[in-house]
Design a protein around this ligand. Sequence first.
Ligand code: LLP
Length: 415
Amino acid sequence: MDYFSYRDSELWVEGAPLRKIAEAVGTPAFVYSSAALRDNLAAYDKAFAQVPHLVCYSVKAASSLAILALVAKGGRGADVVSGGELYRALKAGVPAGKIVYSGVGKTAGEMAEALDAGIMLFNVESEPELDLLSRVARERSKKAPVAVRVNPDVDPGTHPYVATGLRESKFGLPPDAALALCLRASQDPALEVLGVDCHIGSQLTSAAPFAAAVERLAVLVGDLSARGVKLRYLDLGGGLGINYNGESPPTPAEYAAAVIKASDGLGLTLVLEPGRSVVGNACVMLTTVLYDKNVGGGRPRFVIVDGAMSDLLRPSLYGAYHGIVPVRKTGAPEIKVSVVGPVCESGDFLARDRPLQTVVPGDLLAVGSAGAYGFSMSSNYNSRTRAAEVLVDGGAFRVVRDRESYDDLTRGEHF
Ligand code: LLP
């Protein structure tokens, strides 16, 4: 169900008009729907109900404590990639025993923090990383729970920056090297080999690459079993795409059907690390029109807004499409405009050559599909204070992250 919809001519989220939120909180602001978040998480549990599984929400997609608390309340776990994300997940109430730690560059300090917390699984990506983890575990008289990340060399058919399971990518190990590493780890008293793992990319719009990856992992699981290494977890990473601009990615149910079939008979608990498909379409970024800059002479017409690449980087970084709609439909004619922010770069745009209702300064716009890798990739570039985050639940809304102040901006600086 889409929780963002027009009533009369005004855009609402759940039972709250977005205009009211903007008036109370200011712009730019990221506004999340709790109902959408709950639905999207529930869709995974429903889709995988027939097999043992754990949904570990990928914290990097949107990391605010309120979102993580909502994830934790539903009994789900978290996928983290830094000490900071681990800190956030624990602080929000995600049990350590439901946290998986991914990423190619874990430091000794981060490993120690995760071991002390008692996380469920380290997804190890290289031999030197395994060696370091073993040393850190020994020093702390702990046994580190390990899965080895496999690079299955599968093309996810996505933007090259977010394709992670191709042989040239920095992630994971080819199956033969992963096998050797699992065998080595199984001999190490400081390590407990519990699984294999993969994450082949993000914003996938077909289930076939997922199934192909799982089939390769299944072969590895069989080889390990034949050598006496019995696993508990098959971690499939995240990656399911969402509809930004007419894409029709598989539903969690279709995705589940494909990967359950490919992993059938292995008897392992499936670990899922969805990020984008949980939060992407559960949020809009509200922004206010500052100027309509129309110099004529065949030049682009710019709608200059108070949201920028520092708030939502995806259009600038990936050429990503985000729908932009007026918070109030006026019936004014649509014209082709580029929606740009105040940052001093020509790469600072939210949309280019897009039909948009004619706007005037002060009008509110909603930038769609902004929940995943929106606020979490925002920055203070141009010394802009970062946006507020708002969580809506029914007709109620609350600020879950304050808009930054100038004090926040210079915190920790010395001169
Ligand atoms: N697990 C691992 C190990 C990951 O690296 C990622 C995302 C996920 C899970 C979650 O994937 P998702 O379900 O969200 O596709 N900034 C980019 C996306 C980067 C994804 C990085 N890894 C963007 O805005 O498109």
